[in-house]
Design a protein around this ligand. Structure first.
Ligand SMILES: C[S@@+](CC[C@H](N)C(=O)[O-])C[C@H]1O[C@@H](n2cnc3c(N)ncnc32)[C@H](O)[C@@H]1O
Length: 283
């Protein structure tokens, strides 16, 4: 039988109650003006200074990132990511770049599908988790993965280097998401696929209100209880506020020259997947 340390249970209980109490104190207002004020967040800063804050945030949560992702989405993100990778239509031998790769789960799925993959992220602690996972697997797909540190807004590769370029839950975090998409487009070869997955803004106002309330109340509470940091998780809603989401990504991919843009909305638009293609002529 496993001995249970009573102080661990007690500390968890205190954090849970403390989290509920402070969430209730702050309230869960749904109006955009009210929520904009309430979720004002230490990790959000306008302009390019934002990158430093975002880097701090992911350095803090790297070790618990995957657990919290599973808890927040009840594991659903795994299925969404499988669908996202299928949309990339990877062929054996494709070269793929996964931006804002975090702990490397999209890179791994792309490699399993037959691609040689570079995962790029600016957070060294997130990359450490990705590298140690990949080393622990030690199979042939792991041998097709490499991880490097870099800024998604200034991708350190020449133009037309990749058949597939992906970003999952990363674009929203960039100081300039349009610049991020322009960079992805630049390194995509003619005929290649560009894929974006991120939180969206549901069109239905009731569902949108419920979803924002969930991001505002439940997600930071989980972050506080499990990750010890509510602010890091209230950042999701804060960043969504400044992100053009599905409409903006579809528009930008068309402007970049994608002859067709596939937009898939999941959970009533709470999540969205996009695929653009670069024509063989290079546009
Ligand atoms: C929410 S995580 C997503 C991780 C992973 N793609 C996933 O789907 O779980 C966002 C990641 O973007 C990275 N990131 C944010 N801004 C970045 C930038 N300007 N350049 C490179 N990585 C960035 C963070 O370090 C973090 O690992």
């Amino acid at each position: 039988m496993t001995a249970v340390n009573p102080s661990v249970g007690e500390s968890f209980r205190r954090r849970l109650l403390g989290g509920v109490a402070s969430s209730l104190r702050r309230g869960c207002g749904l109006g955009t003006g009210r929520y904009a004020r309430d979720v004002g967040n230490v990790y959000y800063q306008p302009g390019q200074a934002r990158s430093r804050r975002v880097e701090d945030l992911f350095a803090r949560i790297a070790r618990r990132y995957d657990l919290l992702n599973d808890l927040q989405s009840l594991g659903l993100h795994r299925g969404w990511k499988r669908r996202f990778v299928r949309m990339a239509e990877v062929k054996e031998g494709d070269r793929a770049l996964d931006l804002c790769c975090g702990t490397g789960d999209i890179a791994k799925a792309l490699a399993d599908a037959g691609a040689s993959v570079v995962g790029l992220d600016f957070s060294e602690p997130m990359l450490e988790v990705a590298r140690s996972r990949s080393a622990a697997r030690g199979n042939s797909a792991a041998g097709r993965m490499a991880f490097c540190r870099g800024d998604a807004q200034s991708i350190p590769f020449p133009e037309a280097s990749f058949d597939v370029v992906t970003v999952a839950y990363g674009l929203r975090n960039l100081a300039d998401w349009e610049l991020g998409l322009e960079e992805m487009w630049r390194v995509l070869r003619p005929g290649g696929r560009l894929l974006v997955m991120d939180c969206g803004k549901p069109g239905n106002p009731i569902w949108r209100g419920l979803y924002y309330a969930y991001l505002k109340c439940w997600v930071p509470l989980l972050g506080r209880v499990v990750g010890g940091d509510a602010q890091a998780y209230s950042y999701i809603l804060e960043s969504l506020k400044y992100y053009a989401a599905q409409e903006g990504v579809t528009r930008k991919l068309s402007e970049l020259g994608s002859p067709d843009v596939l937009e898939v909305n999941l959970m009533g638009g709470a999540m969205s997947l996009h695929r653009g293609r670069k024509g063989e002529g290079g546009r």
